[in-house]
Write a protein that binds this ligand. Structure first.
Ligand code: PEP
Ligand code: MG
Length: 325
């Protein structure tokens, strides 16, 4: 298998019926960068900036953040990097930050919620990103956004920092795209608006499925209880891609789902064309998609969903389809 994946490395990520698929990797520390060359992925679709904060003994300064982001962009060597702003809080506690006890940390004060309540923290990070991004096409995305209003408020902060950078005569990014993680189900009921306002969407299936099914992703008693490949999970994912396509808004799937071959097959059948995954998943997913007839998969999935009979999962049907290809 490993040998097979190595051989595929230089082969394009194209389905059997000629559909181009973008495969990027998830990363979070500078040591992850060699994975770009090792997988031959086209970029980093999710850079988890909280990792630097979690391994540090003190709050990283703006200069320290800028140094890391700059080094990542340089090492990516022209390939795009999508930086996600801090996704801390909940279970990701920083030893040097005030600790808040919460009954339900996953539903608590975390990610963009902290960023909006403590704008100095978000502003400092955005400043570090914009400075490091001088001369680059920058992509920044915001985690755990629950409403379009939160996105608009965060965008205001980003735009102000960009204005400050330009006012001070500092070199700016060549372009800036501001995207949003779709991982809180409430956003599914504001899809036309978010697809219009955001420059791109990135689906965090880990959190999206946790919240959709109200099943803690860390609690083994319930984490596997609901298969995302059931009618509810697939229809939620279909609603996102359909609205994004309608609005012409690019979408990437950056949650673990995209890195599993059967799940990736289902996502391609739904219309997804861009994925970001752990480096180890690139080989297996590429091997799957190169044998896939995306058009046929779409027809099958549409028919199964239309005739949904309350099955716990479409996984057996999708598995059989994968074996048939
Ligand atoms: C997700 O929620 O799917 C995601 C990609 O983000 P994280 O796993 O870091 O929460
Ligand atoms: Mg998440």
């Amino acid at each position: 298998k490993q040998e097979q994946y190595r051989k595929l490395k230089t082969q394009p990520a194209v389905t059997k019926d000629g559909v181009d698929i973008t495969l990027q990797i998830n990363a979070g520390l500078f040591v992850d960068l060699p994975n770009l060359d090792e997988t031959n992925a086209s970029g980093i679709g999710l850079f988890r900036t909280e990792l630097q904060f979690m391994v540090a003994q003190h709050m990283p300064t703006t200069a320290e953040q800028q140094a890391l982001y700059g080094a990542v962009l340089a090492a990516a060597n022209g390939r795009p990097v999508t930086f996600r702003t801090l996704d801390i809080g909940g279970d990701k506690v920083l030893p040097y930050m005030e600790r808040v006890e919460e009954e339900n940390p996953a539903l608590g004060w975390r990610a963009i919620r902290i960023g909006l309540d403590k704008p100095r923290l978000l502003r400092a990070q955005v400043r570090a990103l914009l400075r490091a991004g001088a001369g680059y096409d920058m992509k920044i995305m915001l985690p755990m956004v629950a409403t379009v209003n939160e996105f608009l408020r965060a965008r205001l902060i980003v735009r102000r920092e960009l204005a400050v950078l330009e006012r001070d005569g500092r070199p700016a990014p060549s372009s800036l795209q501001l995207g949003v993680m779709v991982e809180v189900p409430s956003l599914l009921f504001e899809l036309p608006e978010i697809a219009r306002e955001a420059d791109f969407l990135s689906i965090g299936t880990n959190d999206l499925m946790q919240f959709l099914f109200a099943a803690d992703r860390e609690n083994r008693r319930v984490s596997d209880r609901f298969d995302p490949l059931c009618a509810a999970g697939l229809r939620a994912l279909r609603a996102i891609i359909d609205e994004a396509d309608k609005a012409g808004c690019p979408v990437t799937v950056c949650g673990e789902m995209g890195g599993k071959p059967i799940e990736a097959l289902a996502l391609i059948a739904l219309g997804y064309r861009s994925f970001s995954m752990s480096a180890a998943s690139v080989g297996p997913v590429k091997a799957m998609l190169r044998t896939l007839d995306a058009g046929k998969a779409r027809q099958r999935l549409d028919a199964w969903l239309a005739a949904s009979d309350g099955a716990a999962s479409l996984r057996p049907l999708l598995g059989a389809l994968a074996a048939e290809m």
